[in-house]
Structures are given as structure tokens and as C-alpha cells.
Design a protein around this ligand. Structure first.
Ligand SMILES: O=C(O)CCC(=O)C(=O)O
Ligand SMILES: [Fe+2]
Length: 280
């Protein structure tokens, strides 16, 4: 399927940056992103694009990886015995969702052709005021589908890469809400006191999105803490995540990739390129 047919091309002509529709879309996304680190483009996918990517997800759902480790901290990393018990590194929460990994969505799938379509990256770069964006170079986790069956949830956490777009392919019938705290930390500061407040249950800075299947969500997940609440209905929640970076060749930590996705690739044996000095 050609990428232009996967999206609502009339409203989002991504390969026509001079068109009024393109410029209107960039302005709308920029306004929301600067306000709270997140933006939603309603009905971004065409009905055919949504159906094709949903079919791709369902065909692979039985291959989703469910980690044996069911308790995670917000850094999706090990605890730190040098810190007290109430330090976020030592606070563990249930993570029970599964993932369909990038290696299971090869060339030929609609998800793959959309992700690697250069106009998509260019559009996202424009929205973020960047000259260019790169594909997240992690071959296991740069494009994944989060699978949450009834009762499954994803704990509060940060992402490795700065920027993701997500496409809700199938919503939960109840629960399965995406919640986030905009800009809770930054490149230089973990803002531990603020993080502790959120983990202690303070909801004053927590935002919840009301996503519908076919919407596109833009999200700055490296700095905005986020979670997906438990799916409380019988239908599985399926969400496609495509990740992008400001730098080239960035990959995930081998430990985190193995924990979350059950496997690593050759690139994880090499010395790692990271984009900051944050805890994860
Ligand atoms: O399923 C979602 O809405 C978000 C999943 C997520 O945060 C992640 O995979 O890092
Ligand atoms: Fe995330």
C-alpha cells in the first residue's frame, strides 16, 4: 500500500509542504505540542489504512512478547541499592502488556511503508521545528505494537527516544487510557521531587487523552512521564508506535530492549549512542 493511501491525504498531504492543508496541519500540531508535549491529529489514517494496519496487528498478535518480569520502575531499568526505598529508581509498578516488535513488521507491511516514507519524517521535523529527524535506529523497538488484553497495563515510564508518533488501531472498550505528565523532567534534570509526587498519586499535573482508532498522536516521551491504565474490557487494545530521533544511530539499552521485547540484535553488541545523560 502506498503511504499516501494509508493516511487521509486530502487533509494531510505530507509530500506537498507548500500546500495550505499541510501548513495548517503543521500549525495545529505545533500549537498543541508547545502547550503540553503532546498533540493529536484526529482521523489521520484513511479507513483503508487503518483497516490494513489493524489486520497486520491482529495477524501478529499471537507473536507478541510478554516479559516474565512484571514489575518495572519508571526508567524500565534495575533498582538502585544506593538510593532510599522511596527513590523512583526503587519504586516498582506492574507492567503486563505485550509488544509486537519491529522485526515482525517487515517491508511490504503498511506500517513499514508509512514509517520509512521520507515525507512523514519531514512533516514531523517541521512540526518540531527541527531541520531533520531520523528513524530510531533500534531494529527491535523502533516500530512496535503495544498489545494490552483485558487486565493488562503499562506502568508510568519514560521512553528512550525523544519523539514518537502513535496510531491507535483498536481502542479498549473500557480503560486502556493513555495518561501523561508533560515535561516532568528535562535533559539536565531528573526532577526527582516532582516525579515522587506523581508516583505518590498526585494527579494535579496528569493529563488523559481520549484517543479514537485512526487518530495520530505526537508525543515527547523522553521527558513526559506516561502510562497506559489497565484495559477493562474484553477487546484488546492495539496501538502502533513509530519512533524518531534528533540524532542518527541512536539505539535502546541492551538490557531494556531484552527485558521489554525479549530479544536484541547485532547492533546491541556495539557501543551505544545515547542522546543525553539521564538515568535511562
Ligand atoms: O500504548 C501506548 O499508548 C503507549 C505505549 C508506550 O508508552 C511505550 O510503548 O513506550
Ligand atoms: Fe512509552
Amino acid at each position: 500500500m502506498h503511504p499516501a493511501d494509508i493516511i487521509d491525504y486530502q487533509r494531510f498531504p505530507l509530500d506537498q509542504p507548500d500546500s495550505p492543508a499541510y501548513q495548517a496541519a503543521v500549525q495545529t500540531v505545533r500549537a498543541s505540542l508547545s502547550k503540553d508535549g503532546c498533540a493529536v491529529a484526529k482521523d489521520f489514517l484513511s479507513p483503508e489504512g487503518l483497516q490494513t494496519m489493524l489486520d497486520e496487528a491482529k495477524e501478529r498478535q499471537h507473536l507478541a512478547y510478554y516479559a516474565p518480569k512484571k514489575y518495572c520502575n519508571i526508567y524500565l531499568a534495575n533498582g538502585n541499592p544506593d538510593e532510599p526505598d522511596d527513590h523512583p529508581q526503587n519504586i516498582f509498578m506492574a507492567r503486563t502488556n505485550g509488544f509486537i516488535t519491529a522485526d515482525l513488521l517487515p517491508a511490504g507491511t503498511a506500517a513499514h511503508s508509512l514509517y520509512y516514507w521520507p515525507p512523514l519524517r519531514q512533516f514531523l521535523a517541521h512540526c518540531l521545528h527541527k531541520d531533520q529527524l531520523f528513524i530510531y535506529a533500534d531494529p527491535i523497538s523502533n516500530m512496535i505494537i503495544n498489545v494490552a488484553q483485558q487486565g493488562q497495563q503499562f506502568n508510568w515510564h519514560y521512553d528512550t527516544n525523544e519523539f514518537t508518533i502513535t496510531f491507535l488501531l483498536q481502542a479498549a472498550q473500557a480503560g486502556g487510557h493513555f495518561e501523561y505528565v508533560p515535561n516532568l523532567r528535562n535533559k539536565e534534570d531528573e526532577c526527582i521531587a516532582d516525579v515522587k509526587q506523581v508516583l505518590a498519586g498526585d494527579r494535579s499535573r496528569v493529563k488523559r487523552l481520549n484517543l479514537q482508532a485512526g487518530d495520530l498522536q505526537f508525543f515527547l516521551g523522553r521527558y513526559s512521564l506516561h502510562q497506559v491504565t489497565a484495559n477493562q474490557g474484553p477487546r484488546e487494545r492495539l496501538l502502533l508506535i513509530q519512533s524518531f530521533c534528533e540524532a542518527e544511530h541512536v539505539t535502546g539499552s541492551p538490557v531494556r530492549v531484552k527485558d521489554l521485547y525479549g530479544k536484541t540484535a547485532a547492533v546491541h553488541q556495539q557501543s551505544r549512542i545515547v542522546s543525553d545523560q539521564l538515568l535511562d
